[in-house]
Design a protein around this ligand. Sequence first.
Ligand code: RB5
Length: 366
Amino acid sequence: MKIAVASDHAGFAMKEDIRNYLFELGHDVEDCGAFSEEKSVDYPDWGIKAAEKVADGRADRGILVCGTGVGMSITANKVKGVYAALCADEFTARLSREHNAANVLVLGGRTTGSELARSIVKTWLGSEPESGRHMLRRQKIADYESRVKNDGAETSGSGRVVIIEHPLIQHKLGIVRDKNTSVKDFRDLVQEIAGLMAYEISRNLPLGEIDVETPLCPTKAFSISGKKLAVVPVLRAGLGMVEGILRLIPNAKVGHIGLYRDPETLLPVDYYCKLPNDIEERDIFVVDPMLATGGSASAAISHIKRLGGRRISLVSLIAAPEGVKKVSSEHPEVDIFLASLDSHLNEHGYIVPGLGDAGDRLFGTK
Ligand code: RB5
């Protein structure tokens, strides 16, 4: 696991000890500072660095230490997509994962002994989020976060449901819902909406500084650094979103996954899957315009995980609450990006009000 660690001067000694311990446990550690305890420094300067790495997927988890742990907790919990837990015992550490899916652990360097701190870290790393009622409670926090902070969704892997309410997306969605919209317009608009969603989702991709020579002089500019993306459409309707995303992120690789529902077991069976070779290194957008029962999306995500995919988000135009619940309970770490969360599924499994069958409307098969 890749773990970002950070401390101020008061947490420095414990951070160093935990860093060594994480190496011993076989983890990949990124030390975001501070790098000495000589000088008094400000915990937000270091805590934000590590928390942002967790939020944007550059690290799987974070461990922060300051004197009491309080300053680092407050800091980390300001970063969107971070759920930081200050723990002073193993019980709290375990429950902070099982109940709260905390992706950042905070320790008090002046309040907790080093043996206990190691044991807290080991317990925390070995505990996994539970679904059921705890998942629904986490969902409420994520819903609140996306309502009040919906100013750019990033790929954080903390199981958020983000409804992208950009007026252009909502306007175009209104047209694709209309049963009188032609196949051509429907197809064009689904691609446009997918592109606009990708624009919002990629708002916080990390940038690196580069040197550029303009016709006038040399200057500094920016380039997206270190993020590799893969778009994986669920066949066939997911194909309708791929071009729109590639127009914006042309270097993304494209995988494909096809599933059908076994008529006897009613379970999704995958009949085709081809993913980029380095899928485990990529941020993966599984795309499917409709998240109805969630059966295919959840099965597609499970299959991609079996093949090594780690950082997965699901991007759909419209979802039913039933589908969101299914995916969130089976894949609590997967972020779900939507243009609309509709009312319910009808007895035929169609989203209401929805837009009908996206595959048929994209390809004119009905
Ligand atoms: C530093 O003296 C101390 O305030 C800091 O480490 C932390 O405890 C803040 O919450």
